[in-house]
Design a protein around this ligand. Sequence first.
Ligand code: MN9
Ligand code: PYR
Length: 304
Amino acid sequence: MAPAADKKVTGLVAATFTPFTTQGEIDTSVIGPYIDYLLEKQGIKSIFVNGTTGESMSLTVAERKVLAEEWCQKAKGRMDQVIVHVGCMSVKDSQDLARHAAQIGADGIAVIAPFFFKPRTAETLRAFMKEVASAAPNLPFYYYQIPGLTGVHVNVRDVIEGIEDLIPSFRGVKFTGSDLMDFGQCVSNCQPEWSVLYGVDEQLLAGLAMGAHGAVGSTYNYIGCHVNKLLSAFEKGDLVQARSIQFKMQELLSYAMKLGFDVGVNKQLMSELSGLSLGPPRLPLTPCPHDRIEQITQKYRTVF
Ligand SMILES: CC(=O)N[C@H](C=O)[C@@H](O)[C@H](O)[C@H](O)CO
Ligand SMILES: CC(=O)C(=O)O
C-alpha cells in the first residue's frame, strides 16, 4: 500500500538539534520539553529529526534509533509530522533505520546522498534511494539535497524525473541549496501530492516566490515565531512585511557567520535562547567560547 496522499508537509519544519549530556552522551530527557518549547513558544508543528542539525552523521545507528523513537513518542498526537532522516553511507544501515522509522510510527523518512563514495549520476542516486525506500514502502519518502555538505551536485530536477514509477512512496524534496532554477523546476514538475521544501532559511522568501510548499530549517527552532509571520505576510501578498522579517534573519545570520557559525554554535545559541540544555556538539564539531554565543544572543535581541 502506498502512503496516503493527504499528508503534504506545509509551513515550517524545525530541523532539531540532538541533546547531549555534558559528558557527550545522547540525552533523551530533553526531548519532551523541547517539543513543548517548539509548540508553545515557536508555533512549530512539525520536525525533521536526525538531520544535519541533529548531527546524524556523527551518531551511531543505535543512537539514531533511540532518538527517533523518543521524538516520535513525545510528538505523537501533538505535532503534525515527524520526518526522520535515515541517510547513511551504507545502504544497509539506511534500510535498517527506514524499517525502524516505520515501526515507531514516523510520518516520513528522508535521505541525503551518500558522500564518501558519491553517486556520479542522478540515476545511481535514484537506485540508492529506491533500495532505502523499499525497506519502508508505506512511509512517505523525501530526497534531501544538500550539496554544500555532501559535495553531490546532482540536478534535483533530474533526480525526480519519473521517480514516482521507481519509488511509489516518493513524496518530495528538501532542497538546501541556492540553485533557484533547479528548485523552481522541482516545483513546476512535481506531482500534486509532493511537498517541495526549501532549506536555506536566510533566503526563504526567494524559495516561497518560486513556489515552496514549506520549509525545513535549523533556525526555526528559535525564530520560528517570527518566520511564521513571514509566511503569513507572504500569503497575504505583503512583500514589504515579508522582506522586513527576512532581512532581520539575514542580519542575525550574517553576523553569526562572521563569528564562525556552524551546527555547534547554532546548538549553543538554541540552548541560550530556549533555556533547554542541549549540551555540547560532538566531535568533529567543537564547542565555541561562551562570550561568542553571548554576542550572537545580544544581536538576536537587538534585531528581533
Ligand atoms: C547547511 C544547513 O545546515 N542548512 C540548514 C538546512 O538544511 C539551514 O537551516 C541552515 O542551518 C540555515 O539556513 C542557516 O544557515
Ligand atoms: C536543516 C535541516 O534540514 C537539517 O538539519 O537536516
